[in-house]
Each structure stands twice: as structure tokens, then as C-alpha cells.
Design a protein around this ligand. Structure first.
Ligand code: SF4
Length: 108
């Protein structure tokens, strides 16, 4: 499994820059640079944080399963990420929903 560090601290799954979701999806079919990728699992944290209580995962886990649609990435093998560690960045401010996989590296 891949080690994930995530700076999207406005995401409801973010716990101290680790992800508590258990698995994530990275979108960006046809992406040729990191800016064209996106974390499809990002959900903006509600002001109250109430949504968190209904989630099964509560830990911020270092390792995570990644279903990745960015097949032009060097690390993508049949929609699985083979990188040992990745960085997801974005969304540390209110009202933002732009994220990306900063580790994306194009085969092109
Ligand atoms: S490093 Fe590449 S294969 Fe892994 S999640 Fe990021 S874009 Fe997808």
C-alpha cells in the first residue's frame, strides 16, 4: 500500500495531514500534469464537523489503497498506484475544492 500525506486540511477525512477514509480515488483520466488530477474522495468538512461522526474510519492512517484514473502517470498500473508514497495537496482554505496528486509524473 501507498503512504499518503495530504495537505487538504479542509477535507472531512483529513486527520493531521493523514487520510482517515481507508481508500481514495484519484481522478484525471488523460491527465498529463499534476494539475489535471484531483482527489475524487475529497469532501469539504462542514462547519460543525458533524459529518465525521457518521464515518466508519476515525484514524488518520498512513497507508491507503488508491484507485487512480490517471493512467498517464508513471506509477499507475491498471488503475492502481504503485508509488511507495504520494502527496495530495490543495484545499486548506474555506470554500476550496481543488486538490491534486503532486506526485503525478507523466509517462509522456
Ligand atoms: S502517483 Fe500517479 S498513480 Fe499514484 S495516485 Fe498519484 S497520479 Fe495516481
Amino acid at each position: 500500500m501507498t503512504i499518503l500525506k495530504c495537505s487538504a486540511t479542509k477535507c472531512m477525512y483529513n486527520e493531521n495531514e493523514l487520510c482517515s477514509r481507508g481508500d481514495i480515488e484519484i481522478t484525471g483520466a488523460g491527465a498529463r500534469n499534476a494539475d489535471e488530477t484531483n482527489c475524487g474522495s475529497f469532501r469539504e468538512r462542514s462547519a460543525s464537523g458533524a459529518a465525521m461522526n457518521s464515518e466508519a474510519h476515525h484514524c488518520g492512517c498512513e497507508k491507503i489503497n488508491i484507485d487512480c484514473k490517471a493512467q498517464e502517470c508513471t506509477y499507475n498500473e491498471h488503475c492502481k498506484c504503485t508509488a511507495s508514497a504520494i502527496d495530495v495537496s490543495g484545499c486548506s482554505t474555506e470554500g476550496c475544492n481543488e486538490t491534486k496528486c503532486s506526485t503525478f509524473s507523466c509517462k509522456c
